[in-house]
Write a protein that binds this ligand. Structure first.
Ligand code: TXA
Ligand code: MG
Length: 342
C-alpha cells in the first residue's frame, strides 16, 4: 500500500477521518510522540495496527479521546480521583488505566478487561477524533522495538508502505510517551513514568502515588551480552514494559556515577573507540533539565542511526522526577548495558 502524507487543513483531516471510519490506519501527532491510530471499537482495524508495527498482540494500546466526558464511552466507573486527574492534566501527557466496557475491542486491550485512556494535547488530533466520531486506539507509531517517533518523518521512515496515511503535524513538544497510571485500585500506581511525575499526581489527589516496582527493576543480560532476559519473576503490570524497546541499531553503553568522572570515562572510551576506527555518538544532558533530555532523546537515537554510528556512549541522569522517565527509556534502549564509573 502507498502511505499518503496528509496536511492539517480541514480537507485533509476529513480524509484522515474517512480512512479511520473505513477501518484504515492513520498516524497522528500528539504532544508526546506520534501515534498510530485505528478505530478502538473495531477488532479488525486494531488488528492491523499490531501487524503494521510488528507488535506482540498481548501488548495493549492506549485509547485517545477528545474530551474527558468521552471516558464514559469506554468505562462505567469514573471515580472522583479520575475526575480530579482529568481536570488537572487533560489534555496532556497522562494515561489512566480504567475498567473497560464490553464495547471496547479486546484486541485493543490485549485481552485485558481494563483500558488505557488519554486526551492528547494536540488540536489537530483532537479535531481528527471528533471528525472520525470514535475513540482512537494508538500505540506509538514506530516499528516495534524502534525508538518512538517524534516527527512525521520518523513515522514515515518506519511505517511507509504499511499504513494508509500519516498526518504531518509539528515535532512533538514532550518527546517521550505519557505517564501511565493504574486507577483500578484505591491507590493509584504508576506503570510507566513520564513527564507528569508521581509527586505531581499525589499533590492533586492528596495521596501517595507509588511507582510499580517493575519500573525500577533492572533485568539482567545473558552472558553473551546480546539478549535481554527478564526472568520468570519479572511480571510487570504494564505488558509493554517487558519487551526490549526503543533500541538504536548501534551498541549503546550507559555510564553511571559521579557526573565529572562519567564525563572523563566517556571521553576516554570515545578516544579508544575512535582509534579502533569506530564512529562514536555521545549523549550528555544537563541533569538539571531532564525535560530537554526527554525532548531530544528518541530523535537523537534516530539521528545516530542515520549517520551510521557504531556505538553510543550516554551519561545517566538522576533517576527522579522527569529524569526517572528519561532513564527508563535510556536503560531499555541500551538493553541495560550499564557501566558503573568508580
Ligand atoms: O504518549 C503516549 O502514551 C503515546 C501517544 C501516541 O499517545 N502512546 C504510547 O502507546 O506510548 P504505546 O502503545 O506505545 O504504549 C502504551 C503503554 C504500554 O506500555 C502498554 O503496555 C500500556 O501502555 N498499557 C496499555 N493498556 C494497558 C492496560 N490496560 N493495562 C496496563 N497497561 C496498559
Ligand atoms: Mg511504544
Amino acid at each position: 500500500m502507498e502511505t499518503r502524507i496528509l496536511g492539517t487543513d480541514e480537507k485533509d483531516i476529513q480524509e484522515a477521518a474517512r480512512i479511520l471510519r473505513e477501518g484504515g490506519l492513520v498516524a497522528f501527532p500528539t504532544e508526546t510522540v506520534y501515534g498510530l491510530g485505528a478505530d478502538a471499537m473495531n477488532d479488525e482495524a486494531v488488528g492491523k495496527v499490531y501487524a503494521a508495527k510488528g507488535r506482540p498482540s498481548d501488548n495493549p494500546m492506549i485509547v485517545h479521546i477528545a474530551s474527558p466526558a468521552e471516558l464514559l464511552t469506554l468505562t462505567d466507573s469514573v471515580t472522583e480521583d479520575m475526575e480530579k486527574l482529568a481536570r488537572a492534566f487533560w489534555p496532556g501527557p497522562l494515561t489512566m488505566v480504567v475498567a473497560a466496557k464490553p464495547a471496547v475491542s479486546r484486541i485493543t486491550t490485549g485481552g485485558l478487561d481494563t483500558v488505557a485512556v488519554r486526551m492528547p494535547d494536540n488540536e489537530i488530533t483532537l479535531r481528527l477524533i471528533r471528525e472520525a466520531g470514535m475513540p482512537l486506539a494508538g500505540p506509538s507509531a514506530n516499528l516495534s522495538g524502534h525508538p518512538s517517533p517524534t516527527s512525521a518523518a520518523h513515522v514515515y521512515d518506519d511505517l511507509q508502505g504499511r499504513i494508509d496515511a500519516v498526518i504531518q503535524g509539528e515535532i512533538c513538544r514532550v518527546g517521550i510517551e505519557s505517564t501511565v497510571v493504574d486507577m483500578t485500585a484505591a491507590e493509584p500506581v504508576i506503570l510507566r513514568p513520564g513527564v507528569i511525575t508521581a509527586s505531581e499526581l499525589g499533590a492533586v489527589l492528596h495521596k501517595t502515588v507509588t511507582i510499580d516496582p517493575a519500573v525500577l527493576q533492572k533485568p539482567t543480560i545473558h552472558s553473551d551480552g546480546s539478549l535481554l532476559e527478564t526472568g520468570d519473576d519479572f511480571k510487570p503490570k504494564s505488558p509493554g514494559m517487558k519487551y526490549k524497546h526503543y533500541a538504536p541499531k548501534a551498541e549503546m553503553i550507559i555510564f553511571t556515577g559521579e557526573p565529572e568522572k562519567v564525563r572523563l570515562a566517556i571521553a576516554a572510551e570515545k578516544l579508544e573507540r575512535v582509534e579502533f576506527g569506530q564512529k562514536v555518538g555521545v549523549l550528555i544532558y544537563d541533569s538539571d533539565k531532564p525535560e530537554e533530555a526527554a525532548h531530544e532523546f528518541f530523535s537523537q537515537l534516530r539521528a545516530f542511526d542515520k549517520s551510521g554510528v557504531d556505538v553510543i556512549l550516554a551519561a545517566a541522569l538522576k533517576e527522579d522526577g522527569v529524569g526517572l522517565a528519561v532513564m527508563n527509556r535510556m536503560f531499555k534502549s541500551a538493553g541495560y548495558n550499564i557501566r558503573e564509573v568508580e
